[in-house]
Structures are given as C-alpha cells and as structure tokens.
Design a protein around this ligand. Structure first.
Ligand SMILES: *Cc1c(COP(=O)(O)O)cnc(C)c1O
Length: 423
C-alpha cells in the first residue's frame, strides 16, 4: 500500500478518514502522513519517507519507537496468553513500581485516560455526595460527556466549544473557569460553597499547547476547593512519568491523580491513584461501580513495566539536556527569522506558538496564528520533521532523540519559520 492508497481506503471507512480527529490534519491542511513503522526518533510513511518524530504517539513514546526491551516484554507476555479476566502477577509489579515512584497508596488500572478521569469524578461525587465539577477552559480530560466542555486538544483546533450529543443536563453539571485565574476560582466557591464535588485540572495544561501555571494559581487550587470540602483531581495523564520518575510535583496536595499514556509503554492504559479511603470507594470494596474486560491486560502491564524500568533519574537528566538543546535552537531560529513566535518547555514537552509571548490561558492561546502554524507544519514535514498537526498539541522529545536529530530539526525550523511568516 502507498500513502495515497491507505488514505483513500481510510476515507471510505472512517469518519474523516481517521480514528481520532487530530490525525486528520484538518487544522494544518495537506494529506495526513500514514505511518507504517517507527524506530527510535523516526517514523516512516508508506512511500518510504523518513521523519524525525515529535508527535510521540501524543505522549506515550518517551523511549522513542520500537525500543527492543519493550517489544520483547510484550512478545513474552503475549506468548503466555493475552487476556484471562483474572488477577495476575504483572499488574501487581507495575502498581508497586508506580506506588514507589509516586507515593500513591492505591491504584486502579483502566484502559484509557478517558476512563480514568471519568471514574475519578464518579469517586469524587460519591465521596462528597455532590454533583458539580469545575474544570478549566482548554484543559482536556478525555471525551466523557461531562468533561467534553471547552476541552482543548482536537476540540480546540476543530473550533467546537462543545460536542453535539452531550445533553445539557450533563454539561450543566460542569463549570468551566479560566485557567490561571485564582480570583475566578475563589468567586466560584463563594457562590457555590457546598455543591462542588471536584475541581479537575491538568497539572501542566498541554492540550492547547502548553500553559505555564502561575504559582499563586497553584496555591489557590490546592487550598480553596479543600476548604469547601471539594476534591482536587490532578490529571497527570501527560505529565506523569514525563517530567520526572513519578508525578510532576506541581500539585502535591491533590486528592486523586489520573495517569495514562507513558505508564502503558505504548499500549492503551489509564490509572487512578489516591488514598485508600477514596480508592476504597470503588467496587467491589465500595459502592462506586467501574469495571473493564481488558483492564490490567498482561501485555500492557509488561510494556509499562519495561518502560518504567528504563526511566531512571539519569534518563530524565538526558531528556532535559536534549530538550533544552531543542528549545535553545528554536529560540535562536525565531530570533534570527524575526518572526512573532514563542517557545514554552517543561522537561521533554514543548510548544511553539505563533504569537510573540507564550499564552497564559486558552483565550490567549487561541490568538496564536494557526495559519502560520499550518504553513510551518507543512514546511517542517517537507524537510523530514513531523510535529503534531495542530498548534494546540504538544511536541514530545524522547530518549531516542540525540543531538544530530535536534540539530537537523533546528536547521529545518530556521527555514520553515521564514516560510510560515513571509516578510
Ligand atoms: C490524553 C489525555 C487524556 C485522555 O486519555 P486517552 O487515553 O486518550 O483517553 C486525558 N487527560 C489528558 C491530560 C490527556 O492528555
């Protein structure tokens, strides 16, 4: 099959020709790159072209693609049988490793990040006996009905402020506040002191590009909901094991934490972690129902274990070093090209915004020049560099990226920036 034959067949089979919206390249134009395989920092399309990859599977691929230790672990697990619907040894090992790295007392494994946040909210509602949930404008927490309200990610680029098919009765239980606005959160709790079950937030929002949290906002987030008996849910589905071996450390006072992406080693996963009194509300111990045919699947657990084994403190130092090299190179390229662009980076996650200053919130992120980003994306792709196909997705650097790939990326960016913003 060629790129064209794959895209043509997909167009007749899948809505929009894809199985997840942002893969369609609608916001950057041009035909999506069908990926046939990956190796280290590279992906290859069906016509044989090679790209330096910063999509990183939208977050999980922290080791790069097809790392032998991980693929071997999956093959070994698969050879022993794929799914039993029974407790097994690997889930115990992976949970113990996560507990040691995060301090989370109890865990439940699920099959996606969407399931993790959806269930965390169910726990919070059961724990508090309240219905309302607060989220922040532009934060993405998966696609469950109640969280699909001004949610960034694919929704941001597609310009949907909301999704069709979500009943008003459900959406109406979710309040959306501006990010980085402590006064708005205080005002919310002044007006609704006793009805809010939970405040959910990305520890570092990374689904509208990256938003840098203000220290004062983080302080209010960790104090005000608690003072009113509401739980704080830290969504660490991107940041968990991305910025450090364990949690990001941004919201140490969170009551519940959701994990996903990296901990599955490239296979589908989600997890909820927290204290025994909250996780104990889950069935069969408690009254909150949640279940999954594939939960804690042996192959997924094996991939996660093999991945976590390689994520040593030295690995994070190396990621920091390589990603800083990329950041510095991009900053220099932006300065030399004299284009109105800015870079935000936390560890191995990075955003390049076509606006002169990094945004503080979703409203500012939306002011970025998405047409310039689309031209930049196409120009990078033409030079063999694949960045996420939206201004509002984060670039991920992996342990397989080395200085030669970063230097090649920066050289490509120096030219692509000029194409994106012609004088
Ligand atoms: C990816 C993501 C999710 C959803 O995870 P899925 O596995 O795609 O369902 C939730 N929250 C954040 C912060 C994410 O980045």
């Amino acid at each position: 099959m060629t790129n064209e034959s794959i895209r043509e067949a997909a167009a007749g089979l899948f809505p929009g020709g894809v199985n997840s919206p942002v893969r369609s390249y609608r916001s950057v134009g041009g035909d999506p790159v069908p990926v046939v395989r990956g190796a280290g920092p590279y992906v290859f399309d069906a016509d044989g072209a090679r790209y330096i990859d910063y999509v990183g599977g939208f977050g999980p691929a922290i080791l790069g693609h097809a790392r032998p230790e991980v693929t071997r672990a999956i093959a070994e697990a698969a050879a022993e049988g794929l799914t039993f619907g029974a407790l097994g040894p690997r889930e115990v090992e992976l949970a113990a490793a996560i507990r040691e790295a995060t301090g989370l007392e109890r865990l439940r494994f699920l099959n996606s990040g969407t399931e993790a946040t959806m269930t965390a909210i169910r726990i919070a509602r059961a724990a508090t006996g309240r219905d309302l949930v607060v989220k922040f404008d532009g934060c993405y927490h998966g696609h469950s009905d109640g969280l699909l309200v001004r949610a960034g990610s694919g929704v941001a680029t597609l310009g949907m402020s909301d999704s069709a098919g979500v009943p008003q009765a459900v959406a109406g239980l979710t309040a959306v506040l501006p990010y980085n606005d402590p006064a708005a959160l205080i005002r919310w709790f002044d007006a609704h002191p006793a009805d809010t079950a939970a405040v959910i937030v990305e520890s570092i929002p990374a689904n509208v590009g990256i938003l840098a949290p203000d220290p004062e906002f983080l302080q209010v987030l960790q104090a005000v909901p608690r003072a009113h008996g509401a739980l704080l849910i830290a969504d660490e589905i991107i940041t968990g094991f991305r910025l450090a071996r364990g949690l990001s450390g941004v919201l140490p006072a969170a009551d519940l934490v959701t994990l996903g992406k990296i901990i599955g080693g490239g296979l589908p996963i989600g997890a909820i972690g927290g204290p025994a009194h909250l996780l104990g509300l889950l069935a069969p111990e408690g009254p909150v129902y949640q279940a999954g045919t594939f939960s804690a699947n042996p192959a997924v657990m094996a991939a996660g274990l093999a991945t976590l084994e390689l994520l040593t403190p030295a690995a994070y130092q190396r990621l920091e070093q390589v990603a800083r090299h990329l950041e510095n190179g991009l900053r220099t390229a932006i300065r030399r090209a004299e284009v109105p662009a800015s870079v935000v980076r936390y560890g191995s996650m990075l955003s390049l915004f076509f606006r002169p200053e990094p945004p503080r919130d979703y409203a500012q992120a939306r002011e970025a020049d998405t047409a310039a980003f689309a031209r930049f994306h196409r120009a990078m792709r033409a030079r063999g560099v694949l960045i996420p196909p939206s201004q509002f997705e984060t670039w991920f650097v992996s342990l397989a990226h080395n200085e030669p790939e970063i230097d090649a990326t920066v050289r490509a960016a120096a030219e692509a920036l000029r194409e994106a913003c012609p004088a």
